[in-house]
Design a protein around this ligand. Structure first.
Ligand SMILES: [Zn+2]
Ligand SMILES: [Zn+2]
Length: 329
């Protein structure tokens, strides 16, 4: 089958790989859509070739159900990217991200994938595969789980630092929940996407001072909740300054150590700093319900490329000239 190999130095190739094999409780899925994730940019920009690719946001059709009693040939499915063992106390309640024996989804920028049935999620047939990628992957999963942790109330000022796909997804979910969303980025194109995703205000922090602009917008109160969706030390520090008194800062962007001052950043203003990773498998029915009730999560998607044009797709995404980019085998 065809699959994408990340070569590093901003290069990828599409080449032949051996077919995935069915064993255990795996089912075989013909991939219809696979999303490019910001987390893949480390490998794409890195120096070393990888054996395969880091794709993990995927939807497709079951073409061999193996021993499954849950799925049959022809069913539409998405795949949860964190493969919990299925047996521990966390997996038993669908919280695979807490599993100590979890595995990662192998690369999904390919024609087919074999996945254990307990990490697959049924997609109703009327849902397009690209939207299915969002509903079962990072696209909605990350912002949905963030929203559960943040417990946003209508009228809250929510400041989102970073307008990549995760920032945009959070913009859609938070504004759908009634928050007045302020999005900060340095990329005017992505800020225009943020407006289309429901942001009430956008700030280009290259042009105006973000703290002063946020002060004006919030009448001096600053944000009730602040979501860091970039993964850089300076943007997390910015998020801490943008949170108002008794505010909450949510770290979503993965990164290394960041020095913070407990007195200045947390204690003197009663700030809560928290993290949130991916989403729980058990949250999927509620996420699907939110979509059915009109959540316009599809607005995150800007581009579709056939799998053989993976290089052009990665290039456009890495340039910051796209929201969510979907590869279609
Ligand atoms: Zn991802
Ligand atoms: Zn487990």
């Amino acid at each position: 089958m065809l699959g994408v190999q990340i070569l590093g130095n901003e290069k990828v190739i599409v080449k032949e790989y051996t077919e995935p094999t069915l064993d255990g409780d795996n089912i075989l899925i013909q991939i219809k859509a696979s999303g490019i994730c910001g987390s893949e940019m480390h490998g794409y920009r890195g120096a070393k070739p990888q054996p395969f690719n880091g794709g993990h946001e995927v939807a497709g059709v079951v073409i061999d159900a193996g021993n499954s009693t849950k799925f049959k040939v022809g069913d539409h499915v998405g795949v949860h990217a964190v493969w919990g063992c299925g047996d521990c106390r966390w997996c038993a309640v669908g919280q695979y991200t807490f599993c100590d024996n979890r595995a990662d989804c192998p690369g999904t920028h390919a024609e087919r994938i074999a996945a254990p049935e307990h990490v697959c999620l049924r997609l109703p047939e009327d849902i397009p595969f690209d939207v299915g990628v969002l509903l079962t992957g990072d696209g909605l999963g990350v912002p949905y789980h963030v929203s559960r942790r943040l417990n946003t109330k209508g009228g809250d000022f929510v400041c989102i630092v970073g307008a990549g796909p995760i920032g945009l997804g959070n913009t859609i979910v938070q504004s759908f929940l009634g928050a007045e969303v302020i999005v900060i980025d340095i990329n005017d194109y992505r800020l225009s996407l943020a407006e289309a995703c429901g942001a009430a205000h956008t700030i280009n922090s290259k042009e105006v001072h973000p703290l002063e602009a946020a002060m004006t917008i919030t009448h001096g109160m600053l944000a009730d909740k602040c979501i860091e969706a970039v993964g850089r030390a300076e943007t997390l520090k910015l998020a801490l300054t943008l949170a108002g008194k008794a505010g909450t800062v949510m770290a979503v962007g993965e990164q290394g150590d960041v020095p913070i001052s407990p007195s200045r950043d947390l204690i003197r203003r009663d700030i809560t700093l928290m993290g949130s990773w991916f989403y729980h498998y058990s949250e999927y029915p509620a996420m699907l319900d939110l979509y059915r009730r009109g959540l316009p999560i599809g607005r995150v998607i800007t581009d579709h490329f056939p799998l053989p044009e993976a290089q052009a797709a990665f290039h456009k995404f890495a340039k910051g000239q796209a929201g969510k980019v979907i590869l279609e085998p």
